[in-house]
Ligand binder design. Structure first.
Ligand SMILES: Cc1cc2nc3c(=O)[nH]c(=O)nc-3n(C[C@H](O)[C@H](O)[C@H](O)COP(=O)(O)O)c2cc1C
Length: 368
């Protein structure tokens, strides 16, 4: 499927950056899930560009839910959220039509859609489409919270500056996840966050952009969720999370850090803890054989630097078939990490919801 993921809960994304509206359809939500407008607004606020660390586009995002909700709760039929596009300045894209932004999707979209694509503001490939994802995430994260499942993402690394890792202790992890929900710039160590913000501003002043790593934890997921081989938890998360623009890598648990390790040191030994089976470490990120083992899910995403930078770069004019140089104008994010974070939480929530609904049925989340 092209713009859809999920099976019991299917999520479809639509729209273009400078088109009339963008939106999302959630098909498969259980009936009776509370829909809290304030929680949706809060998620959109976390994604909104702010200050020197984001693009200058104003994105007030007055969302509308046009179906699937009655009396403040989901009906169980498709739920559609629409968000109008505002403050789109298309002139720059008209001026540079045919000039492929290095690292961006302009040329690939031209190859795929033969020139019929809406190229303004990257069209359908734009990070702008993470707004409806974030909005829908508020509803799904609420449903998971009611089942004791919490998700949090922080900027683990930005241009070489590192945040603290998630704590291993279950209670401390819960506290860390809760603290992130309130933060616009999601870090566990505020000093690291301050240095990261400064680095973004320095890069922007130098006409450049920076990338890094987002780390996500999801606590409270029961064991035994996920299918072996091709519909495992890693498979489902990877497929959906790679849909977020600028995500170029994923690793679960200790990930590539295990490359030079010995099994004796990196296996996760099992122990009884308060009558429950737990592992002492979590190098496998809560997943064994594609299936959850009751430990928190843990993964990291590589988010690349934003491709649109005002420095001159070599490119081609693919309409004229000639070499060119391009210094990208307009308003762009000098870093994507903090702006992608609400979408990462949202997509993670949707995937977990889907896996749980496959395992236990849609009514697992129903208010009955
Ligand atoms: C929230 C968000 C904001 C983004 N903002 C920009 C931006 O301002 N300028 C830009 O060139 N790319 C931006 N991107 C990244 C591009 O959309 C992305 O690099 C492009 O579509 C190509 O996809 P790929 O990097 O996954 O190959 C953003 C991505 C996200 C998730």
């Amino acid at each position: 499927m092209k713009n859809t993921f999920g099976s019991a809960l299917a999520v479809t994304l639509f729209g273009e950056s400078h088109g009339e509206e963008i939106g999302v359809v959630l098909d498969g939500l259980a009936p009776g899930i509370p829909v809290d407008g304030a929680a949706i607004e809060k998620k959109l606020l976390l994604r909104r560009p702010a200050g020197k660390t984001g693009s200058g586009r104003r994105e007030p995002d007055p969302f509308r839910i046009v179906s699937g909700v009655f009396g403040g709760k989901t009906t169980g039929t498709p739920l559609c959220i629409l968000i109008p596009n505002r403050d789109a300045k298309s002139e720059e894209y008209e001026r540079t039509r045919g000039l492929a932004r290095p690292g961006h999707a302009d040329y690939a979209a031209y190859l795929k859609y033969h020139g019929f694509e809406d190229y303004r503001g990257a069209g359908h490939a734009s990070g702008r489409l993470t707004a409806p994802l974030a909005a829908a995430g508020a509803i799904v994260e609420g449903a998971l919270k009611a089942k004791g499942i919490r998700i949090g993402t922080h900027i683990a690394r930005l241009d070489g500056i590192c945040d603290r890792s998630f704590p291993e202790d279950a209670e401390e992890l819960e506290g860390a996840i809760l603290s992130l929900a309130e933060k616009n710039f999601a870090v566990l160590d505020e000093n690291a966050g301050e240095a990261m913000r400064r680095r973004i501003e320095e890069a922007a002043e130098a006409g450049d952009s920076v990338g890094g790593v987002l780390e996500t934890a999801a606590a409270g997921i029961p064991g035994g969720v996920g299918e072996p081989w091709f519909d495992g938890v890693e498979n489902a998360l990877s497929r959906a999370l790679f849909g977020i623009p600028a995500v170029k890598g994923i690793e679960f648990g200790a990930g590539f850090g295990m490359a030079d390790a010995r099994g004796s040191a990196w296996n996760d030994p099992f122990r009884m803890r308060d009558g429950k089976i737990r592992t002492v470490s979590n190098h496998n990120g809560g997943i064994n054989g594609g299936v959850t083992n009751g430990m928190p899910l843990l993964f990291r995403l590589l988010v690349k630097p934003a491709p649109s930078i005002p420095r001159e770069q070599k490119t081609v004019d693919f309409l004229k078939g000639e070499d060119a140089v391009l210094a990208v104008g307009g308003r762009h994010d000098p870093a994507i990490l903090h702006r992608a974070r609400p979408a990462v939480d949202a997509v993670t929530a949707m995937v977990i919801y889907d896996l749980l609904a496959v395992r236990f049925g849609i009514d697992y989340f129903a208010d009955v």
